[in-house]
Design a protein around this ligand. Structure first.
Ligand code: TZP
Ligand code: MG
Length: 234
């Protein structure tokens, strides 16, 4: 799949911790999420060593490829390179976008975490393909988030991008992350991507509402149906 065709609408970020994954196998859980309709997957694992990261990433990449869904790796450009997956997601403290681009080349996806208009501006200038905007709502999944920016914080970034005339700002994709679940996903989608808005959000990124779900397939299907359902009162 060409990177311009990637669908960011239901973006799964994985978590391998006991609190969220439990004793289940990550590749099996991701398989259920793929069957349920996630459109892109990011392998996020802050604790495994490099050899384990590569072997898990290979297993996830095989599952994703079978569904024609892109796999990105959080933080680790070396792991993305080793498994030849579709790209990386980089935080403000990770490798620079420019270095990652020089290593991975023009065809791989590079995403960047941003919490403000200033960070969004810089990430776009440096060539990010998409922005992971957050933290939307406080969440137990990532406790050390520096900024909880809420709907208005995300909206400010989308409005900024919409006000820019250059191709990079107009073309950059956007997802928001933090505390998104079946109870709020439809409202978030509606508020940030309402019909006919000039600069809609491209998708929502989710960890625990999928990975920690007792029934991953059915929870993913529910989330998918809520983002594709018509907005209330339309
Ligand atoms: N970055 C900002 S919040 C977050 C990350 C990785 C975790 C989101 O997890 P959840 O379970 O979807 O709230
Ligand atoms: Mg990071």
């Amino acid at each position: 799949m060409k990177k311009a065709q990637v669908d960011y609408s239901l973006y799964l970020v994985t978590d391998s911790t006991e609190a969220i994954l439990g004793s289940r196998n990550l590749a099996d859980v991701v398989e259920q999420a793929l069957r349920g309709g996630v459109t892109i997957v990011q392998y996020r694992d802050k604790t495994s060593d490099t050899a384990d990261l590569i072997s898990t990433a290979k297993a996830l990449h095989a599952r994703c490829k079978a569904h024609d869904i892109p796999l990105l790796i959080n933080d680790r450009v070396d792991v993305a390179l080793a498994v030849d997956c579709e790209g990386v997601h980089l935080g403000q403290d990770d490798m620079s976008i420019a270095s990652a681009r020089a290593i991975l080349g023009p065809d791989k996806i590079i995403g960047a975490t941003v919490s403000s208009v200033d960070e969004a501006k810089v990430a776009v200038e440096r060539g990010a393909d998409y922005l992971g905007i957050g933290t939307l709502y406080a969440t137990n999944t990532k406790k050390n988030t520096k900024d909880i920016i809420g709907i208005n914080g995300v909206r400010e970034i989308l409005d900024y991008l919409g006000s820019q005339q250059d191709e990079a700002s107009k073309g950059v994709k956007t997802v928001c992350i933090g505390g998104i679940n079946a109870s709020n996903i439809q409202l978030i989608t509606y508020l940030l991507s309402p019909p006919s808005t000039p600069y809609p959000l491209s998708g929502v990124a989710i960890v625990s509402a999928i990975i920690a779900a007792p029934d991953v397939l059915s929870s993913t299907r529910t989330l998918k149906s809520l983002i594709t359902a018509p907005p209330p009162f339309a």
